[in-house]
Design a protein around this ligand. Structure first.
Ligand code: PLP
Length: 393
């Protein structure tokens, strides 16, 4: 049992321990669809909520309950929920919070599937959205409508590494009774805790830093008790996008080392960003830790360190960038991020190819942008690999 006074890593290791009802120290994988009742009366009591307990894994499961408790403890939230993927977590929160007729303001720098959810899927349910820089409160004020119910942001943004001032956005929205949701995937709760800055709810692709090892697709969300209860008892149960016990086990196994991994990701990314920024073959680098990042001061205020993600562009545009991606030997040419391995990808032709070229341009996703998820290998080896690839570009 942990409390708010325990340190981050103590909470990462022990929060959720009470979900383990066995004597095994590592929580077993409760790989079961359903749970036996002692009696018909107990079944009725558990189904109605009069008695606690697991009845069916689409409703709840010990491995998932352990993860929910860990995420709530790490994000400083009332409660948390787990879902089958990051996008399942995002859509669960949005379906729980929004109704037909609602309007949303969404950061134009959001992850591509979030963008298409707001532009193509939610409008079919009567929910509309406008896209802007949620770090520009004058623009947000100008875009407000009487039915604006939710502001959705992501910081650092994927893949540009744009930063949004969360305390300022939260203060603005609270004063107008508008719900705020922040995608905290790029930072992880170790580096940034939006709820402590006043944001209402947080979503994550737990596929990334929370899991940390690139071996599971998973999502989590954290926030106020009422919203999380609606996510859990309505949307997850009825739409069914729940997390499996095996996936919850893997994410629970990743989280205890989150702080250690993030420190190493940050150490390596700081060195790689400085190397890229000084390389003659590189046109520009976007890393929140570099003093020339346009919102470096905001990042320094709201993040513990600057994270493991870097965006950069090679001189010579798309062909030169493609040559670098084809020439790396240690970095892996693959989408996703937050893995112990360093991953290199080209958003315009890969992750963000589903976003229109106009919207990409508005979000600052140039055709030549290369996204680097810096892993936990030895920094010298990563720099040597990038250097040999850049020399051939
Ligand atoms: N949010 C961000 C910032 C992401 O980068 C991603 C995936 O890359 C998602 C959400 C969606 O997560 P998932 O792929 O686990 O559904």
């Amino acid at each position: 049992m942990t409390t708010e006074s325990h340190g981050f890593t103590t909470r990462a290791v022990h929060a959720g321990d009470e979900a383990n009802h066995s004597r095994a120290v590592a929580t077993p994988i409760y790989q079961t669809a359903t749970f036996a009742f002692e009696s018909a009366g107990e079944g009725a009591d558990m189904f109605s909520g009069r008695a606690p307990g697991h009845v069916y894994t689409r409703w709840s499961n010990p491995n998932v309950a352990e993860l929910d408790a860990k995420i709530a403890a790490l994000e400083g939230a009332d409660d948390a929920i787990s879902a089958a993927s990051g996008m399942a977590a995002v859509s669960t929160v949005l379906l729980a919070a929004l109704h037909a007729g609602d309007h949303c303001l969404v950061d134009s720098g959001c992850y591509s599937a979030t963008n298409t959810l707001f532009t193509q899927e939610l409008p079919r349910l009567g929910i509309t959205a406008d896209f802007l820089d949620t770090g520009d409160l004058d623009a947000v004020e100008a875009a407000l409508r009487p039915n604006t119910r939710l502001i959705y942001t992501e910081t650092p943004g994927n893949p540009t590494l744009k930063i949004v001032d969360l305390a300022a956005l939260a203060g603005f929205a609270r004063a107008r009774a508008i719900l705020t949701v922040c995608d905290n995937t790029f930072a992880s709760p170790y580096l940034q805790r939006p709820i402590e800055l006043g944001i209402d709810a947080v979503v994550h692709s737990a596929t990334k830093y929370l899991g940390g090892h690139g071996d599971a697709i998973a999502g989590v969300a954290a926030g106020p008790a009422g919203l999380m209860a609606r996510c859990r008892t309505r949307v997850l149960r009825d739409f069914g996008g729940v997390m499996s016990p095996m996936t919850a086990f893997l994410i629970n196994r990743g989280i205890p080392t989150l702080a250690l991994r993030m420190e190493r990701h940050c150490d390596n990314a700081e060195r790689v960003a400085a190397f890229l920024a000084s390389h003659p073959a590189v046109a520009w680098v976007s890393y929140p830790g570099l003093p020339d990042h346009p919102r470096h001061a905001v990042a320094a205020r709201q993040m513990r360190r600057f994270g493991g993600m870097i965006a950069f562009e090679v001189r010579g545009g798309v062909p030169a960038g493609a040559a670098v991606m084809n020439a790396v030997r240690l970095c892996t040419l693959a989408v996703s991020l937050g893995d112990v391995r360093t991953l290199i990808a080209h958003p315009a032709s890969m992750t963000h190819s589903t976003v229109s070229s106009d919207a990409r341009e508005r979000a600052g996703i140039t055709d030549g942008l290369i996204r680097l998820s810096v892993g936990i290998e030895d920094a010298d080896d990563l720099i040597e690999d990038l250097d040999q690839a850049l020399r051939g570009s």
